[in-house]
Every structure is written in structure tokens, then in C-alpha cells.
Design a protein around this ligand. Sequence first.
Ligand code: ACO
Length: 363
Amino acid sequence: MSDGLEGVVAAETVLSEVDGEAGRLVVRGYPIGALSGHITSEEATHLLLDGFFPDLPDAKALATALGRARVEVFAEVAALDDRLLAHGTIEGVRALMARLADGDDLAIALRLIAAPAVFTPAVSRRKQGLDAIAPDPKLGHAADVLRMIKGHAATPAEVAALNAYLVTVCDHGLNASTFAARVVASTLAGLTSAAVAGISALKGPLHGGAPGPVIEMLDSIGTPENAKAWLEAALDRGDRLMGFGHRVYRVRDPRADALKRAVRTLGEGSNSLPGRLAFAEAVETAALAVLKERKPNRSLQTNVELYTALMLEALAFPPDAFTCVFAIGRVAGWVAHAREQVEGGRLIRPQSIYIGPKPLAAA
Ligand code: ACO
């Protein structure tokens, strides 16, 4: 048995390849560094969906259709009530996604891909006592997300930064949320069921829930001089350092560098961001040294979440919404994997070894 299915191959995919030894991520033939900062989130969506829907239009028409889908799903925001708003932002987004019709066609897929982009700003604003802002279908996906959360238009630099983030995280092999989505898709339950499984798996702090705690860690450390002692004390308590370690990567996660570049570019017009970035780099250096000393048998390197946290903080997303912003980018990957699973895969149904009590003898 493989604990945590480590090393188990559970699917063939044309979507992305994660090479954990080389520290390389390839999405549909492109190294992630060639996509992040170079294409929009809609273009990444087109890249992922290409070949999985017979009626998929070209990238420009897909962007227009996605704008229309944002408007369509906004109607669900009316279902937000006090009970949902009392939960975390991701629980609110998940509940609204679960209201969408299930099925396997392109219209369903586009509404699902639009859903976290529309619901994240809406839930986040409603939790702060503000009105939800309706989508503007004429804007690009990233620009509209930023406008809906901020309440005013974002700068071109902010739009470029969010596009870089969304593209960087759009797909990543058989990570936990994508696997969850594929398991559900393999039962022929439909794309909505698969995406709701994906966002549920993403929520956990060992997967997409890490960047919020990264900000708490940085704020609690406070100054570079404090980093080593703080990090050692955390490991003494048995805590994990958020933003470090990965199941597959034994070297640095290539997405960390892509995002660090994007944060640096965004910081060119800012007074405070370069200082925050330098501080995070100092904490990163200290954390890698402490992890090397304390866990010599495991190569624990920086993962995507450290610079995700910095990026989303710089774009003024509330930390409670960080995982939902991850979902805005990853949902296209879940949908593409779900379609791939339905088209080429079988029902996913592994086995377990029974270690409970033996059957009682009949009296
Ligand atoms: N901090 C401290 N120790 C760690 C960390 C960490 N971040 N990550 C792993 N370890 C240690 C474990 O304590 C364990 O040590 P031990 O052998 O002395 O008990 C050893 O490394 C192996 O740990 P596993 O849990 O078996 O490793 P796994 O491959 O399952 O872990 C994971 C991967 C869950 C991401 C882990 O590194 C972790 O918890 N990281 C922190 C959370 C995080 O950043 N998550 C985001 C991941 S990226 C993404 O999903 C988008």
C-alpha cells in the first residue's frame, strides 16, 4: 500500500506534467514560465479546454462567452443568506457553486469557470457588509474580478498581476483537488459535482488553504531578525511551515519563481511592496535553513503558496478569500480534467485493506 497514494499513477493526461525532481511544470506543452505573465486567464482556459468540447470557440469568442457566463451566474448571489455569510468565504462560494445546474456541456463548463470569479468578490463583500457588485461582461476576467472586489477599476499592473497568478495556478497534474474532481467525474455525476468536489479538497490547509496562514506567519514573525527563532519555535511545537514542502517537488516549485517575478513587477509602482517582498525573502531564506537542519532526510523547499500570499495581499484580497482566488484560476483545470476523465477514463474505484476486527463467529 502507498501511504497517501504517494508515487501512484492514477491517470494519463494531456493537460499538465509536474516533474518533481527537475522542478518543472508543463501545461499543454508550455513550461509554466512561458505562460505566466504572457497570456491572460481566458487564454489559459482556452488552452486547457481545447479538444474537450466540440463547440469550443476560439480564444477571443471564449472570453466573450465567459463574460456572459459571469453575468448569468451572478443571479445565484441572491441566495446568500446570513447563515452562509456566517461561514468562511470559501464555504459561501462552494454553496453558490452547488446551486448551478449539473451536466457536461460547454455552457455548464463556462458557468462553472465563471462561478468562483463572481462568487468570491460577492461573498467577500457581503461578509464585510457591502453590496455585491454585478459583473461587467465587457471586461477581461481578471479585470472584472478586481473591479467586483474593490468596487472600482483596477490598474493595468494589477490586472496583469492577477492574470499572471491565475495562469500560474490553472493546472498542476493530479493534485488533491484535481484528483477529487476526477473521481467524481468518473462516476458520470457531471461537471458541477466534480468542481464542487475540487473546491472542497482545495479548501484544506495542506493544499489551497495555505496562503492565509502564510500571512499570519509573516505578520507574527514581524521582522527578519525574529524569523529564525519564530520558525524554530513553530517546528518545536510540531507545526508545519506554511508555504514550504510539497508531495511531488523535491526542488523549488517553479510556480514560486513565476509568482515572485509577478510580485516584483507589481511592486515597481508601489512604495510598500518591495519592502514586504524583501521581508518575505528573508523569512524564506531562514525557513529553508531551519527546515534543512531539522528535517535533513526530506528536501523541503518553497512551494507556490508563499508568493501566492504576497501577491493576493498586494492585490488587496482579504486573506479569508485567498483560497477562493486560487479556485478562480484552478477551476478551468478541474473542468478540463473532468472532461478528460469522462472521455477516456473508467470509474475510479481503488481498494482498501481491512484491518478491523475479524467477523464474529455465529452463535
Ligand atoms: N513544515 C515542516 N515540516 C514539514 C513540512 C512543512 N511545511 N512539510 C513536510 N514536513 C515534514 C513532515 O513533518 C514530515 O516529517 P517527519 O518525517 O519528521 O514526520 C516530512 O516532512 C514528510 O511529511 P509528509 O506529510 O509525509 O509530506 P507530504 O508529501 O505529505 O507533504 C505537504 C506535502 C502536505 C504539502 C506538506 O509539505 C505541508 O504540510 N506543507 C505545508 C502546507 C502547505 O504549504 N501546503 C500547500 C502545498 S502546495 C499546494 O497544494 C497548492
